[in-house]
Design a binder for this molecule. Structure first.
Ligand code: 13P
Length: 342
């Protein structure tokens, strides 16, 4: 294992106030989002949409790495250039989602376990050959009555750690994503407790599987009250609670924390990331960055609507969100930025 390469890549992924763009939706997820907007759910529509994203002029100013999906890492632009080459030429590191999705966890009603460890070593070797230099695995934790259970947290943390060790062996930086969902009516405090327990367990397993923490990225949820919670939290409360939770659980050797957006609006995700960096950036051991899918892509997808004539406007919207989030990393994002498209 070349630890130096892993460390260098992990650092690059959070360098220069840039962040990650998640464009790794599985077919069902991508098709669901297309269906809502009346876009055909075909391989060609998905390919065109991904071409729109990777060819956005200037994207490399704000995006350090893009997370692809198995279908996408093998695809090309209309002119035959592979997406991997387009990204690499733009200074964006290609990454790849390698989990096989969250399935029902046996004997644990309402809880999920992420699958995909079988055959992973061989798949990782192939993805490295195809040009990927980092990977992603998402675990899903649901908050409800008496859940998440200890059994569910342990099983998911163990799988994340097995995945991360295999990635490092293959020369890929693991992005470790334990997502505590926003669904439910739980309070901010309950989300903090669950996120803290999950992260503590994840790092226990990462250590027992001998994962080099300097060669990985953590991709957590922000600490938020449930969407249906009657008491919603202020931006500063979210920023303070999230950072406090991370300081208690994430070792200083981890180079970067890249949040998922989890269904927050695009603007809210930028506002909250900005508040964390305004209030804490100079005092934190790790970079606080982003790895958003919906919070970067959604406005662009809504403009595109599957039509060639909308490609330019959609790319502008995508670049705009990427710029807003880069500004949020610097603590320089303002509401006024939303009035001026990129
Ligand atoms: P969202 O930012 O839309 O939550 O997606 C992030 C992601 O990669 C989910 O696995």
């Amino acid at each position: 294992m070349n630890t130096q390469n892993l460390t260098d890549t992990a650092k690059l992924l959070v360098a220069d106030d840039k962040g990650l763009l998640a464009m790794d939706e599985s077919h069902p997820t991508c098709n669901k989002r297309f269906a809502k907007l009346g876009i055909p759910q075909t391989v060609e529509a998905r390919r065109s949409y991904r071409e729109l994203i990777v060819t956005t002029p200037g994207l490399g100013e704000c995006i350090s790495g893009a997370i692809l999906y198995d279908e996408t890492i093998r695809q090309q632009k209309k002119d035959g250039t592979t997406f991997v080459k387009v990204l690499t030429d733009a200074g964006i590191i290609p990454g790849i989602k390698v989990d096989a999705g969250a399935k029902d966890l046996a004997a644990h009603p309402g809880e999920k376990i992420t699958e995909g460890l079988d055959g992973l070593r061989d798949r990782l070797a192939e993805y490295f050959q195809l040009g990927a230099r980092f990977a992603k695995w998402r675990a899903v934790l649901v908050i409800g009555n008496d859940i998440p259970s200890c059994g569910c947290i342990e099983a998911n943390a163990h799988a994340l750690a097995r995945y991360a060790a295999l990635c490092q062996e293959a020369g890929l930086v693991p992005v470790v994503e334990p997502e505590v969902l926003m669904d439910g009516d739980h309070s901010l405090e309950r989300c903090r407790q669950v996120t803290e327990e999950v992260l503590r367990t994840v790092f226990t397993h990462l250590n027992s599987q001998r994962v080099r923490l300097e060669g990985m990225i953590l991709k957590p949820n922000m600490v938020l009250p449930g969407l249906a919670c009657p008491t919603q939290a202020s931006v500063d409360e979210v920023a303070d609670t999230t950072v406090k939770c991370l300081l208690r659980t994430v070792p200083a050797t981890v180079p970067g924390i890249t949040f998922l957006s989890g269904g927050q609006s695009a603007e809210m995700a930028s506002v909250r990331l900005n508040a964390m960096n305004v209030r804490f950036k100079s005092r934190l051991p790790w970079a606080l960055s982003f790895s958003f899918a919906r919070a970067i892509q959604q406005p662009a997808l809504e403009i595109w609507q599957g039509k060639e004539t909308n490609v330019k406007a959609a790319q502008q919207a995508l670049l705009h969100r990427a710029r807003c989030n880069r500004a949020a990393r610097r603590g320089e994002y303002t509401a006024a930025m939303e009035k001026t498209l990129a």
